[in-house]
Design a binder for this molecule. Structure first.
Ligand code: CP3
Length: 346
């Protein structure tokens, strides 16, 4: 049994400890703002091929860690490997984002089998093993998947952008939506459990499209599926902490944090820290929530915003992060400065 003090700082905070300075990692910390990532990316023809290459995925994870003293690594993959593995056509259009053959125009949705999907995702688990073997001491490894509703919106509409058609289907085709969410819950649970078995120390569920839902629909497509996902993970023997990130949920972070069983809450950019602190269970770790735009601008705006976040979350077990993913326009120098500010304390 490891000593409590030898646990990575990120895991200590997830267990409810308050650390000063707080551990820090950056959502989408591997990616296009790094010139070495853009170079590496050219070695695979498609983005999915890149994701399914354990060697390339491992190298992408290591790149930000060589530059910055971060407290966590996150698996390099994508939330859309799940629909891909379930047999839906997924591709990425340069400069535009993901595309899928959408389910909504079809009268009958043929959904794949979770067990088969997990077999196809074997290269992802091999990447987790390789990453784990190469990580420095003290750096925690985060596994991840998309939340069931977020992945469902991409499967339904075939792209990002506004989610009106997917929201309409909640009312028009409730039984089909339930069947889709059930398949996603089971596949996602098995996908996350396999990442933990391969070496992930904790998990994050990216519910990036939690916005725009009234409370009844939020219960139906976010709370219930997430509660089932967490319960299924526990029934599969997964004991590691789970961070839920319901981006855009607004006041409904209260229900999300209290009713789904997640252990920590990712707080998005728009949410005031004191509100998150007030409506979450006593001692729950909060992660967030610097505005990603400040990493584009840098300078005084970054200094002020970073210190504001440090101070705002002082009462809670806090993991410093952004309120959403870093953008390709961010500069690595600004990220380096941010880590310095956070490690130096407020
Ligand atoms: O360090 C890391 O976090 C990288 C791993 C990672 C990627 N995607 C790589 C990626 C993670 C954690 C994700 C999650 C993801 N993917 C989410 C949830 C997080 C969020 O930002 O809300 C979502 C909604 C997706 C779906 C997705 N994949 C989109 C919308 C896009 C296009 C937009 C964009 O940022 O380019 C992708 C492509 C993608 N996923 C890229 C990367 C590095 C860029 C593609 C490339 O490099 O060619």
């Amino acid at each position: 049994m490891a000593h409590r003090e030898s646990l990575p700082a990120l895991l200590r905070v997830l267990n409810g400890e308050r650390l000063d300075p707080p551990p820090i990692w950056i959502m989408r910390q591997a990616g296009r703002y790094l010139p070495e990532y853009r170079e590496l990316r050219t070695r695979a023809k498609t983005f999915l091929e890149f994701c399914y290459s354990p060697a390339l995925a491992t190298e992408a994870v290591m790149q930000p860690l060589r530059r910055f003293p971060l407290d966590a690594a996150i698996l390099f993959s994508d939330i859309l490997v799940v629909p891909d593995a379930l047999g839906q056509k997924v591709w990425f259009v340069e400069g535009e984002g993901p595309r899928l053959e959408p389910l909504l125009p079809l009268t009958e949705w043929k959904l794949g089998e979770p067990e088969k999907a997990i077999q196809r995702l074997a290269p992802v688990y091999e990447a987790v093993e390789r990453i784990k073997a190469g990580l420095p001491d003290g750096v925690a490894l985060i596994g991840f998947a998309g939340g069931p509703w977020t992945v469902a919106t991409y499967m339904l509409q075939g792209r990002g952008g506004d989610k009106d058609e997917a929201r309409l289907a909640i009312y028009q085709r409730p039984n089909d939506i339930d069947a889709l969410l059930d398949v996603l819950v089971e596949t996602t649970a098995q996908h996350l459990a396999a990442q933990v078995k391969a070496g992930a120390d904790c998990l994050q569920v990216f519910e990036s499209w939690a916005e725009g839902l009234p409370p009844l629909a939020f219960q139906h497509v976010i709370i219930e599926p997430t509660r089932k996902l967490v319960a299924r993970l526990r029934s599969l023997g997964v004991t590691v902490p789970i961070i839920g990130f319901p981006r855009g949920a607004g006041a409904q972070i209260a229900a999300y944090a209290n009713e789904t069983g997640v252990n920590a809450l990712g707080v998005d950019t728009q949410t005031p820290a004191d509100y998150a602190f007030e409506v979450t269970p006593e001692g729950m770790a909060l992660q967030g929530n610097l505005d990603p735009q400040t990493l584009v601008v840098g300078g005084e705006a970054l200094e002020r915003a970073a210190r504001d976040v440090l101070i705002a979350f002082k009462g809670a077990p806090h993991i410093f992060n952004l309120g959403h993913g870093i953008t390709p326009q961010a500069s690595p120098e600004n990220v380096a400065r941010l880590v310095e500010i956070v490690k130096g304390g407020a």
